[in-house]
Structures are given as C-alpha cells and as structure tokens.
Write a protein that binds this ligand. Structure first.
Ligand code: SF4
Length: 313
C-alpha cells in the first residue's frame, strides 16, 4: 500500500456518525483525506444511475459520493459495519458495503480500504483500527496514537452537539424532534432541507442522534427487547427520552428502508401523547411538497398547545 497518499471518504451513510474518527485517524498517520462534496441532486442522479431500482435512497446517494471521489484519491475508505454487539446490528447493506462498492465500480477498479466493525466477533474498535494501520504500513505504536487522538476528537464533537441540544431543550419556543438515521437527518439533500424549513418556521429543531447514544440504546429496551438494529434502537430510545421536552416528532425515513418501516410504525403506535408526522423521502421527489406538510404539522402543535381543537370560546 506504499502508493497510497490520499484517501477518499464518501460523505454518506456512517460518515455522519464516524467520519471525524476516520479522517483524523488517517491524518494522524500522515495521509491526506478528501471528502466528497455536500449532497446535491446531481450526486444523487449519478448514484441512482449506478444503483438497482429497489436500493434505498441513502445508498443511491452514497454511490454518487463514491463516484465523485474517482480520480481524486489513491483509495476509497469503505468500512464493513456488521454489528456492534451481538444484539445491536446494522442493516445488511452495511455488512456487504465493500463488496457492493467493488462490484458496482468494477470497471473503475478503485482500490478500497476497509475495516470490519464486527465487534460481536470478539474484537474491539481499537484493534480494528490497529489492523488498518498495519495494512497501511504503520507501526502498532503509530496506530494506537492515531486511534486515541481520532476517537477523542470524534467523542468531543458528539459531546458538544449533545451539550448544545441540552440547552435547546430549555428554550420556551416550539420544539420539534427530527427522528431518523444520521445520514438521512443531516444530508444536505434529505433531512438537512427539512431542518432548514423548520428553522425558517421559527421552530427549535432537535435531533435523535444528538442524544447520549448509550442512554438512548438502554432506553430502547423499555420499548422492545427484540429490535435488532442499532440505529433504530437509538432513534427509538432518543425519541422516548426527549418526548417530554419536544412538542412534536417528525419521523424521517428514506424509501425503501425495511428497518425504518418496522421500527417507525411501532414508534408511531406507542407515542400517543404527542403529535407525530411520518415523512418518507424518495429519490424522485426528495423533499418536494414537504414544506406544506411541515407547516400544517406546526399548526397542529400550536393548536394543541393552546388547548386543542375542541377548545370552547
Ligand atoms: S437502514 Fe435503511 S436507509 Fe439505512 S442503509 Fe439500511 S435500508 Fe438503507
């Protein structure tokens, strides 16, 4: 791997959760990193042209991001994220991610760098990264130092987000919780637009992924002992933890997502005391028409806070 100087990181999927860890790790080992640009319609179109029809929107977007890194780096980092613990796994797309990418981009033959986040197979995150450092020709000592710094930086970023959100909880205005996968909520072409629309409507926007993740996962077991997906557990747990503080929940899903369709439906049935709006984004329509639905939802929240539709004059 001596020829690798610049490593490309597609701005999609778990980059919204682990991206700082990845870039800082590579930089600490002396490599340059290039992140694909923020999502837009043209990236989605490029990804869609590469994808099978039934593929979910975030994966189509991810393919567009991989495409944008062609010719800009010596290798692309595509982690394999099977599971974190025996009970908390990722959807199957993550288990096959490096294989899917090398197959879909087989004509380009891009070198891939990968790690296996199969921690339930008795390893630790640190060991996973030490192995990656070794693959890149670095010593164990260099790998340990790079991992420690990268982990600290990623954790500090999360803590700052959590802290900011805790302050928002005290705000007297209307608060809406956006609930969904981080790569849907924060993608500029998906949830990012919804967040902006809500802010323009004068609403304080909360996010399920800016809640302490460990607490959220623990809370999710009050709801279900059998849901197998890690991120859906965090979405459910965070929604339960924040429901007293939020005035409404907008569940944001990207079509077609199996885990979301099950977990989202269960959550809607469980949360009875708060308005919940379910939005599904797809590759054709994106966020078109969503503004009107959000406006109506905010009206419902306002009416409810004023005593409900049945209030007597
Ligand atoms: S969890 Fe859903 S949105 Fe995420 S990759 Fe799997 S199918 Fe796609």
């Amino acid at each position: 791997m001596e020829h690798i100087h610049t490593i490309g990181i597609p701005r999609g999927l778990m980059a919204y959760r682990e991206g700082i860890l990845w870039t800082e790790f590579f930089k600490q080992l002396g490599f340059s990193c290039v992140l694909s640009p923020k999502s837009d319609r043209s990236i989605l179109e490029e990804g869609t042209a590469r994808a099978a029809d039934e593929t979910c929107l975030p994966f189509k977007m991810y393919l567009g991001h991989v495409q944008r890194l062609m010719g800009k780096c010596d290798a692309v980092f595509i982690p394999r994220e099977g599971g974190y613990t025996a009970r908390e796994k990722m959807c199957t797309r993550y288990e096959a991610l490096p294989d899917l990418i090398s197959n879909i981009f087989r004509d380009e033959q891009i070198p891939l760098l990968t790690v296996s986040y199969d921690w339930y197979s008795k390893t630790t995150e640190e060991n996973v990264y030490l192995k990656l450092a070794e693959t890149l020709g670095k010593s164990r000592k260099e790998g340990k130092k790079a991992y420690a710094y990268a982990k600290k930086t990623q954790d500090a970023w999360y803590k700052a987000k959590e802290k900011r959100q805790l302050l928002k909880l005290e705000s007297p205005g209307n608060k809406v919780l956006l609930a969904g996968h981080p790569y849907v909520l924060h993608d500029a072409c998906m949830g990012g637009e919804l967040g902006k629309m809500l802010e323009k409507m004068g609403v304080e926007v909360l996010y399920t992924d800016y809640v302490n993740r460990k607490n959220a996962r623990k809370k999710s077991y009050d709801f279900s002992g059998v849901i197998p997906w890690l991120i859906n557990r965090e979405i459910i747990g965070a929604s339960l933890l924040l429901k007293e503080k939020a005035d409404g929940i907008v569940l944001v899903s990207a079509y077609p997502c199996g885990p979301d369709s099950l977990a989202g439906d269960l959550l809607v049935r469980r949360i009875k005391d708060l308005p919940v709006l379910s939005l599904t984004l797809d590759a054709q329509n994106g966020t078109a028409g969503m503004e009107t639905r959000l406006e109506s939802f905010i009206d419902i929240i306002k009416y409810q806070k004023a005593g409900g539709y049945g209030i007597k004059n």
